[in-house]
Design a protein around this ligand. Structure first.
Ligand SMILES: [Fe+2]
Ligand SMILES: [Fe+2]
Length: 244
């Protein structure tokens, strides 16, 4: 585990130890599953003329909606009323903004399908990375939620396979595929870094996570330092060979 992942896990364990913190994280996950990728799937369905691909798009979309329901059921168990996720904490919105509204643009070519699936791939890579850490943190305070997130993470691993296969099938050539994947990973990593900092501020201001004076100082330091040295936070998938 990288230092960044160890820090994320330590922070996350503290955050989900309070019902309010848990409710906030689960609401954020449910929101991301239900709304953001949806626009992309709808756009893919209007373009694709390959029935096999259309079927995969539908299965993928239905999986994400099911995940949202699963997160909401976990949220209900916290006993905290479902919080509204503020716009500035929506990771996919940040990614889309950095990409100039790519998710809303019409798809007109095979290359657009490749790009859409590469975008889904980097989103799935982040989800798989984060959910792995979430499962470990939930085990201590809410084993039932840990089990649910573990099941969701298995679906995300399957989605990653779709994304790799379909983006490859629609890519004009290997170079374009690699270049676009690298670019989208970097953009997603930047959006994730900014979103994580905004999230740390939000949960501290709301009192969802409580630290003693020294601990608080430590985490503020982490927030400042990572903000300065890490403008784009990688996932372990960045180290995979390009053909993986
Ligand atoms: Fe999902
Ligand atoms: Fe997924």
């Amino acid at each position: 585990m990288s230092i960044q992942e160890s820090l994320t896990l330590a922070y996350f364990e503290r955050l989900v130890s309070s019902p309010e913190g848990r409710a906030h994280v689960l609401a954020t996950c449910a929101d991301a599953e239900a709304s953001d990728e949806g626009a992309l799937f709808d756009r893919l369905l209007t373009w694709v003329d390959d029935p096999e691909l259309a079927k995969l798009v539908k299965v993928h979309q239905q999986d994400e909606l099911r995940h949202a329901e699963m997160f909401l059921a976990c949220l209900a168990r916290t006993g905290v009323p479902a919080p509204t996720v503020p716009e500035h904490l929506k990771l996919l919105k940040r990614i889309d903004d950095l990409l100039g509204g790519m998710m809303e643009k019409p798809m007109t070519s095979r290359e657009d399908v490749m790009r859409a699936y590469l975008l889904l791939q980097v989103i799935e890579e982040r989800a798989s990375t984060q959910f792995g850490l979430h499962v470990r943190a939930y085990r201590k305070v809410d084993p039932k939620t840990a089990e649910v997130v573990e099941r969701i993470a298995k679906d995300e691993a399957r989605h990653l396979k779709y994304c790799r296969a379909i983006s490859r099938r629609y890519a004009p050539d290997e170079d374009t595929l690699r270049r676009e994947l690298g670019r989208l990973r970097e953009v997603e990593g930047r959006a994730f870094a900014a979103n994580s900092r905004a999230n740390m501020d939000y949960v501290r201001e709301r009192g969802f996570v409580k630290f003693g004076p020294l601990e608080g100082l430590f985490w503020r330091g982490v927030r400042e330092i990572t903000g300065r040295v890490q403008s784009s936070v990688p996932t372990p998938y960045w180290n995979e060979p390009a053909a993986a």
